[in-house]
Ligand binder design. Structure first.
Ligand SMILES: C[S@@+](CC[C@H](N)C(=O)[O-])C[C@H]1O[C@@H](n2cnc3c(N)ncnc32)[C@H](O)[C@@H]1O
Length: 226
């Protein structure tokens, strides 16, 4: 059975164009400054290692909003059957150039056609914060349904109240998108309402690249008779 449709964000095209514009700078900054590179951030790398160990052997893993594929490649190196998907064609061009050994495709998180119980793991690694507040729960429900029982979801996002309208990003490139910030307990509640069980939460203070952030690791409950 295929997935239920998710509403289309009104600003999807503008967000895509913005990420296309910043994609080259973003990939360059990951390579040169360490921004977005989990290898240079022990707590994020540890979270990703736990996720990798948790999903090993469960089935394919999908990195939704993979950008230039840094985390996709990290998981592939750990032997996972992982692929990346991103809204921005230019991000995916960078991902394919930087990580030709990995599989990548272009699509919005809101347009994924995911079969029920088909994935061992899903990531929304700093890639779901542009989704409007009424659409994120629909995407989380789509993810919950696509995970196999016992499958894992990991997400990282910006912490706070309210919405930040961005007009430039990643080295002063003009963009138009909204960063929807979430309080960790609000975000965990949304994940739970989608049918997943939060199992760990890591809160990080502001650093040179970002305000405070949170990582939440959740799983789809096992089938009752398993
Ligand atoms: C801050 S970057 C993070 C990229 C990558 N996950 C990383 O950690 O380096 C945000 C990414 O989310 C993607 N994105 C934003 N909205 C999206 C959507 N609706 N569907 C899929 N990807 C989306 C952007 O194109 C961008 O590549």
């Amino acid at each position: 059975m295929r997935s239920h449709p998710v509403d289309r964000p009104a600003d999807l095209d503008v967000v895509r164009e913005s990420y296309d514009r910043v994609a080259d700078n973003y990939a360059h900054m990951v390579a040169t400054t360490g921004m977005g590179d989990i290898r240079r951030h022990p707590w994020l790398m540890a979270s990703m290692d736990v996720f990798a160990d948790s999903v090993r052997g469960l089935g394919p893993v999908l990195d939704v909003g993979c950008g230039p594929g840094t985390v996709t490649a990290y998981l592939a190196e750990r032997g996972l059957d992982v692929s990346g998907v991103d809204l921005s064609p230019r991000m995916i061009e960078n991902a394919r150039r930087l990580h030709p050994e990995c599989r990548f495709s272009v699509a919005s998180a809101t347009e994924l056609d995911l079969a029920e119980a088909s994935l061992g793991g899903i990531l929304g690694w700093w890639s779901l914060f542009n989704l409007p507040r009424d659409i994120l729960p629909q995407v989380l429900a789509l993810f919950a349904r696509a995970l196999k029982p016992g499958g894992h979801f990991i997400t990282g996002t910006h912490v706070g109240d309210g919405d930040l309208v961005r007009t430039e990003a990643y080295g002063g490139v003009p963009v138009r998108w909204t960063t929807h910030k979430w309080r960790p307990e609000q975000y965990a509640a949304l994940i739970e309402q989608a049918g997943l069980l939060p199992i760990a939460e890591l809160r990080l203070p502001s650093n040179e690249f970002s305000g405070p952030t949170v990582v939440i690791h959740a799983k789809r409950p096992e089938a009752p008779d398993s």
